[in-house]
Ligand binder design. Structure first.
Ligand code: GDP
Length: 329
């Protein structure tokens, strides 16, 4: 048997939609072992260009807003409509915070039992760069396995949303009804990437507050953003209830309408092309840095230079130029 054979087999099984093969492949792309990395790269290359595209949806919200309840209900609705749904979680902070694990199957019990669903929790991976690559590759694997929708779930903290936005076709922000009339501590950055703001828990006693919150955000979104890739009426704010299911069908209709519009107007392909270019640059940047760090001499020089910079004996710019000069020579 040649070295390539097991991956070819794995690739064939993924293309046939085998969930266990998909899970194995995701484990492979998560591995940091260099032989696994080489196998993962070969696998991804083999699967590239299979012509399948999923709708990639980013979903963000602070803990407790109802992400898992929403994904369970929304995912089940999609599965019942005959679609295959994958859920990938991105939580670069999970290892540090020790908080709830995103994409934990016990948080989405019904969905995880569905044959047409695939749920993958956030790996305990360390840095954002590693998580980004793993997630991009996992998306490719899910697309190859014939998934129609890939939900990429992340928490409302740090840089993870920006990263997720760079790998999905559209972005959904989940919010809870606000008590007062102030906009919740939502950072401007995330408002700029959200295509759909869903105010969850619009049920029972919380309904009036949800309605108010929707109005507040609809106003804020109108003021904040007008981009050519947003059709009339987008970004949009809507109430939903993950518990009663109210508004979920409407949210799916809006997602599809936006995706359709962007496809028809060339923005879909353009965005994917820009994302590919972005990740190419990121990989080059990361590769250069690791090459610097992997070389013991350069590492030593980096440490010495960093000290010189810290003590004000060198400027950051000239120190960086110094180190980069070493790469050239
Ligand atoms: P996550 O941390 O964002 O994944 O949030 P969870 O899905 O675990 O939900 C946090 C809490 O909010 C749980 O107690 C849920 O039952 C509750 N919850 C989630 N969605 C809704 C909803 O639509 N309405 C109401 N009333 N409660 C909800």
């Amino acid at each position: 048997m040649t070295d390539a054979a097991p991956q070819d087999d794995l690739a064939a099984r993924i293309l046939a939609g085998d969930r266990r093969a998909l899970a194995r492949a995701v484990t492979l792309v998560e591995s940091t072992r260099s032989d696994h990395r080489a196998q993962a790269t070969t696998l991804i290359e083999t699967l590239r260009g299979h012509g399948r595209q999923a709708l990639r949806i980013g979903l963000s919200g602070t803990p407790g807003v109802g992400k898992s309840t929403f994904i369970e209900a929304f995912g089940m609705a999609l599965v019942e409509a005959g679609l295959k749904v994958a859920v990938l979680a991105v939580d670069p902070s999970s290892s540090r915070s020790g908080g709830s694990i995103l994409g934990d199957k016990t948080r989405m019990e019904r969905l995880s039992r569905e044959r047409a669903a695939f749920i993958r929790p956030s790996p305990s991976a360390s840095h954002l760069g590693g998580v980004a690559r793993r997630t991009r590759e996992a998306v490719t694997l899910c697309e190859a396995a014939g998934f129609d929708v890939v939900l990429i779930e992340t928490v409302g903290v740090g840089q993870s949303e920006t990263m997720v936005a760079e790998m999905c076709d559209l972005f959904v922000l989940l919010l809870a009804p606000a008590g007062g009339d102030e906009l919740q501590g939502v950072k401007r950055g995330i408002m700029e990437i959200a295509d759909l703001v869903l105010v969850n828990k619009a049920d029972g006693d919380l309904k009036p507050a949800a309605t108010r919150t929707v109005a507040d955000y609809a106003g804020a979104l109108r003021l904040l953003r007008k981009r050519p890739q947003d059709p009339e009426g987008f970004p949009k704010a809507m109430p939903v209830s993950a518990v009663t299911g109210d508004g979920l069908e409407g949210a799916w209709t809006e997602v599809q309408a936006l995706a359709r519009w962007r496809k028809d107007h060339g923005w879909w392909d353009r965005r994917r092309a820009e994302q590919a270019a972005h990740w190419f640059e990121e990989e080059v940047r990361a590769g250069l840095l690791s090459r610097l760090r992997d070389d013991p001499q350069v590492r030593e020089a980096m440490a010495v230079t960093a000290e010189a910079v810290a003590e004000g004996r060198m400027t950051p710019d000239s120190a960086a130029a110094d180190i980069l000069q070493r790469l050239r020579s």
